[in-house]
Design a protein around this ligand. Structure first.
Ligand code: OXD
Ligand code: MN
Length: 594
């Protein structure tokens, strides 16, 4: 079926970029084999050992292109104030001009692939269609994993359907000529100069979060940086929740959780619906329903092993693309915190010979895999994938969970008093910097709803939209905050995390059913003693008390941090957020519950 606007746009972009050929992808297996063969021949991809890693491929990005480049990521709304104080802004005219200069002629000698893709099951009322143009085979093959891509999507689009225009080009991969631009008013994305997933797989962060968040505000739904999981009990009842955590806080691990030994008797089963993004809409029953718009996982490899995440390890057995991990001469891969011993001889993520213990000139240990090395893999391969993960109507959400990494202050779990208080709780979520990040260790970085790098418009308006959604959902989910990372005075984690986090989810879901007991505190409702099932878990002496401690003096300091953050939004911040702030300050100062 011919879509005149789509054909005209592809022709216009091809004229700008000047590829030798334009190839439309159909999503077939034959096409996959053809693209892979081409990428293997050019050296862009390496085929891994077919016994150890059947169907798997390896790729190495440029050394300067291994992570999202937030400082080169812009929201190109017409008015600067619509991007807000937490986003970089460029006018649409300047964006098209500057990126256009880099794109011009940049695909000479290359093929431009045209990839029609659906975020969300094809035809679901939640779903959005995009078309990505790219000169990267690696990107084309990854888009086939991370989205539903090909002819079915074109059929769905019909002769005049709406789609996000996504233009991607590698250009020369230099940071001086790299821009990741979002045009929310035009439903368009232009990304040039990077081949890294978060910058280049435009269906993910660019469309499903930055552009989708702006669409969602206009259309009355939510596009969020959240995992989605289901917890099934022994009676076969499954309840679903979403959770938003900043990066490096274990979203993929939580989404694929395996119940701990002590809770085994209760017969729980955890089902994975998504590990990174949730699109949420009000359903006909008045509840909030969620869909995972992605079709694959783009996960961090280091730290993934049979103990931390056995489901991820099983998912990765076949058909994965590994990026910037250690590559053995025997065509096996490995990463720090992975299973087994590294292969030898091997080359590191930069392509240099590597052996365990290798140090740089300053005596610093050199990792074999880049700390942000990744895997891309079809979600359907995950042993815990939910039977409903592709349900076009989504799954009903009982609870929304926000969280961060806090050594002190935030207790293991608390429940917000109501929706507006829950929005405040999400809006003030934060994480402390670890030694692995640039900046002062322990410094608190606010990351509202884990969306700071992903909100496509002014975050003050985003908070207003969340508050408005509360008025639109007749039966809203309850909102909670969790913190798996609290430490004791000697710097040791108080909570084991991983599978044991199910104990907290169990309390959360019981609260949603009005079953578990809670105690009121100034910051929210915490588990009453005995209401968390800790059977089979040995916590250190006093650990539970410390995990659930709420210290007004610490919260007073925290409130000052909230105030500084919100002040950045000036008059645009909804009054309800300040009202929540004052109410919390008052409760904390008198040490009283709500
Ligand atoms: C991220 C990711 O950076 O999911 O948040 O890749
Ligand atoms: Mn993410």
């Amino acid at each position: 079926m011919k879509h005149a606007k789509l054909s005209a746009w592809v022709a216009e972009m091809a004229a700008l970029c000047g590829p030798d050929r334009v190839e439309w992808l159909d999503g077939s297996e034959a096409e996959k084999a053809r693209l892979e063969a081409r990428a293997l021949a050019s050296g862009e991809l390496v085929r891994l050992d077919s016994r150890r890693h059947p169907g798997c491929l390896f790729h190495r990005t440029a050394e300067n292109d291994v992570a999202r480049t937030e400082h080169l990521t812009y929201i190109c709304s017409r008015r600067k104030e619509d991007a807000g104080p937490t986003n970089n802004w460029m006018s649409p005219e300047e964006g098209y001009r500057r990126a256009g200069e880099i794109f011009r002629g940049s695909m000479r000698g290359r093929t431009m692939y045209v990839i029609p893709f659906s975020m969300g099951p094809v035809g679901s009322p939640f779903s959005k269609i995009g078309v990505q143009l790219t000169d990267s085979l690696y990107v084309a093959l990854n888009m086939r994993i991370m989205t539903r891509a090909g002819a079915v999507v074109l059929d769905r689009l019909g002769p005049d359907g709406e789609f996000t225009r996504c233009l991607h080009g590698k250009a020369d991969l230099s940071t001086e000529r790299r821009l990741i631009l979002h045009f929310p008013d035009d439903n368009a994305i232009w990304s040039v100069g990077s081949g890294y997933g978060g910058n280049a797989l435009l269906g993910k962060k660019c469309l499903s979060l930055r552009i989708a968040s702006a669409l969602a505000r206009r259309e009355g739904w939510l596009a969020e940086h959240m995992l989605i999981l289901g917890v099934e009990d022994a009676r076969g009842r499954t309840e679903y929740l979403t959770a938003a955590f900043p990066s490096a806080c274990g979203k993929t691990n939580l989404a694929m959780l395996i119940p701990p030994a002590g809770l085994k008797a209760k017969g729980y089963k955890v089902w994975t619906v998504g590990d990174d993004i949730a699109w949420l809409r009000v359903g006909p029953d008045g509840r909030l329903w969620a869909v995972n718009p992605e079709a694959g996982f783009f996960g961090v490899a280091p730290g993934t092993n049979s103990k931390s995440n056995p489901n991820a390890v099983a998912t990765l057995r076949a058909n994965a693309i590994f990026t910037n991990v250690l590559l053995g001469e025997d065509k096996t891969v490995w990463w720090e915190g992975g299973d087994g011993e590294p292969p030898q001889p091997a080359v590191d993520w930069r392509g240099r010979p590597w052996r365990p213990g290798l140090k740089d000139e300053q005596g610093k240990l050199l990792p074999g895999a880049h700390p942000n090395s990744r895997f891309t893999v079809p979600a359907g391969q995950c042993p815990s994938i939910s039977p409903r993960w592709e349900d076009p109507q989504g799954v009903p959400i009982s609870a929304i969970v926000f969280g961060g990494r806090r050594e002190r202050l935030a207790p293991l779990v608390y429940e917000a008093f109501d929706w507006a208080h829950g929005v405040y709780t999400g809006a003030t979520a934060a994480s402390e910097r670890t030694a692995a990040q640039v900046g002062k260790v322990g410094e608190v970085r606010r990351d509202p709803m884990a969306m700071l790098p992903f909100c496509g418009y002014n975050m003050a308006d985003y908070f207003a939209h969340w508050l408005e959604m509360g008025r639109r959902i007749p039966k809203p989910p309850k909102i909670f905050h969790v913190n798996w990372f609290r430490k004791d005075a000697r710097g040791r984690f108080l909570w084991p995390g991983y599978g044991d986090n199910l104990r907290v989810l169990e309390w959360i879901l019981a609260r949603c059913r009005g079953e578990a007991a809670a105690r009121q505190t100034p910051i929210g409702r915490l588990p009453a003693p005995e209401s968390l099932d800790l059977s089979g878990l040995e916590l250190g002496p006093g650990a539970l008390e410390e995990l659930l401690a709420v210290r007004p003096e610490e919260w007073r300091e925290e409130l000052a941090g909230h105030k500084d953050f919100f002040a950045r939004f000036g008059d645009r911040l909804p009054k309800e957020i300040w009202d929540q702030h004052e109410a919390l300050a008052k409760r904390v100062s008198v040490g009283a519950p709500s």
